[in-house]
Write a protein that binds this ligand. Structure first.
Ligand code: SF4
Length: 534
């Protein structure tokens, strides 16, 4: 079979397609977006009629994947780590229902928060929901784990969580491809109540889920992704998880260091797997990307007084992404970090692209707010969040997807006027609609901007499910048609836009202003495509 040069994200996608995937669902979010994009642009996916769609949000993505699995086929749902919070309800319940066809949920964590609001470790979701977790150390494992993950999922009739982190997702390496498997045939579940979580059934399901845990631990003991590499120097035993194994190897491959290493790529961990290294070595160092999950387990399981080093005792930093340099320092090696950045390299804070419609919207909004002493503009996740930075300083919050409208509503309930929200078209479809419904039901005095740039700009220009329907959605949800105002965020429309915003701020109810102009980036891309096809 062929050898391919793939990003970690692409390796997961290719592995899943080769392993008989029938459908993939996702909401875009860095660093997970490229998994679905790869399937979307794949000739193989088209030929095999693999269903591939961007979902309205991560919850709908997981639910769709669960529905596809119900038919006996192999399904995947992909998201970034904070997306798993949105999908937590179906994800955790899917451990109770179980699956029919193999189902893999991929969550891409972003330690160091390169483009995220928080740093969290999806492995805890696996522990919490009691499902197996796979964590690849390299691109080949990412590919192989798709095959293994679907088989594991079907063997135990449970969803499998695949957890990756930013470097794994976005670095490229050679991947050996396997024989392509056929997709599963349509086969409905034998158990007619398998997916019915009525309390009496759910209680039985929970007992079954608990009963299967020792078997899942045994699977981890025999997993090809967990192995023990013996070493002659037992002064230190090293446990690595996922990509941390690579960071360790980068540091020790050309040295005489010969410590035993336990490499972990599959959870749940069993005591047995940890015991050998713990008993044989004088001290233990745990190198794991994210939170100290294994370190805490080890301290709890095997508290026999040996020194356990890792992120909890400060041998490695408690927060942020790991790097080979940090691992070098933890091993007592020289920090190999490169030269300092020369002073001539100027720091460039993030900013809107030149000509971005959001900047014209914020300029008009700021001017309309002159004269009000107390107000707040609650915002959301997307390019428009950059309005928090100078020179705009135009927004006061960015908490989670969809929080802008609901926070503005809450503040209005507390008597704040003007109470405003800015949300993008994609985020509105993701989780803003229900907040708008709440605001309309309570007739809250809020002014909501749905900044419509006709795409999901921040993650590279994916479709938005609400495309072309925003006014209709607002009307259907209960906004008075005369208070749905569409404006053109352009400099030459500035005066009229300020006037409209002022009018709507004073309207004592829910008003929606839709500044509509296409994202410069997607427009340029489209124009280039057009001239290429001429
Ligand atoms: S990508 Fe589009 S929406 Fe985002 S800042 Fe650039 S022009 Fe604006």
């Amino acid at each position: 079979m062929k050898k391919l040069l793939l990003l970690g994200d692409e390796a997961i996608a290719q592995g899943a397609m080769d392993a008989g995937l029938s459908g993939i669902y996702a909401y875009p979010g860095t660093p997970s977006t490229e998994i679905t994009e790869f399937v979307q642009h794949s000739k193989q996916a088209k030929e095999l009629k693999i269903h591939c769609t961007w979902s309205a949000n991560e919850k709908t993505a997981v639910e769709s994947a669960l529905g596809l699995s119900y038919t006996g086929k192999r399904a995947m749902a992909c998201m970034k780590h904070v997306g798993l919070n949105v999908a937590a309800d179906p994800f955790i319940n899917s451990a109770f229902t179980g699956v029919n066809g193999g189902c893999i949920i991929v969550s891409a964590d972003d330690p160091s928060m390169h483009s995220s609001q928080n740093e969290q470790d999806s492995r805890f979701y696996g522990k919490f929901s009691l499902v197996p977790v796979l964590e690849p150390a390299n691109q080949q494992e990412a590919y192989d784990m798709a095959f293994y993950g679907f088989d594991l999922s079907e063997k135990y009739k449970l969803p499998v969580l695949m957890r990756i982190t930013t470097r794994m997702a976005h670095s490229r390496a050679g991947v050996q491809q396997c024989e392509v498997r056929k997709q599963n045939n349509l086969k409905l579940p034998d158990d007619l109540v398998q997916f019915v979580l009525l309390p009496a059934i759910a209680r039985k399901k929970y007992k079954k889920l608990l009963e299967v845990q020792p078997l899942l631990e045994e699977e981890s003991e025999d997993s090809p992704f967990n192995f023990y590499k013996d070493g002659s120097d037992k002064k230190l035993g090293i446990i690595t998880c996922g990509i941390a194994y690579n960071y360790l190897m980068e540091n020790i491959q050309n040295t005489n260091i010969n410590y035993p290493v336990l490499k972990i790529g599959q959870y749940p961990l069993s005591k047995k797997i940890l015991e050998k290294i713990y008993n044989e070595c004088e001290e233990i160092l745990i190198i794991e990307e994210g939170m100290p999950l294994v370190e805490e387990m080890l301290k709890g399981y095997l508290a026999k007084g040996k020194k356990i080093k890792g992120r909890l005792d400060g041998t490695l930093p408690r927060d942020g992404e790991l790097t080979p340099n940090l691992v070098a320092v933890a091993l007592g090696l020289t920090d190999t970090k490169g030269k300092d950045v020369p002073q001539v390299v100027v720091q460039r804070p993030p900013s809107f692209c030149t000509g971005c419609s959001h900047s014209d919207t914020y300029i008009a909004l700021k001017e309309a707010l002159i004269g009000y002493n107390k107000y707040a503009v609650f915002s959301d996740i997307g390019c428009y969040t950059l309005g928090a930075l100078p020179p705009y300083n135009a927004i006061n919050s960015c908490v989670d997807m969809g929080a802008s409208i609901t926070m503005a509503k809450g503040a209005a309930d507390g008597g704040l006027h003007p109470s405003l929200a800015t949300i993008g078209d994609s985020t509105f479809s993701h989780s803003g609609i229900t907040g708008l419904l709440d605001a309309c039901n309570d007739k809250s005095h809020v002014t909501i901007f749905i900044l419509d740039n006709l795409t999901t700009a921040m993650t590279g220009g994916q479709n938005t499910p609400g495309f072309g329907k925003i006014e209709e959605i607002c009307k259907a949800v209960g906004v008075e048609p005369e208070h749905i105002r569409v404006i053109k965020p352009l400099k030459n429309q500035h005066e009229i836009n300020v006037k409209i915003i002022k009018e709507e701020i004073e309207y004592k109810g829910v008003s929606v202003i839709i500044p509509r102009r296409e994202c410069i980036q997607t427009l340029t891309k489209k124009n280039k495509e057009k001239s290429k096809n001429k």
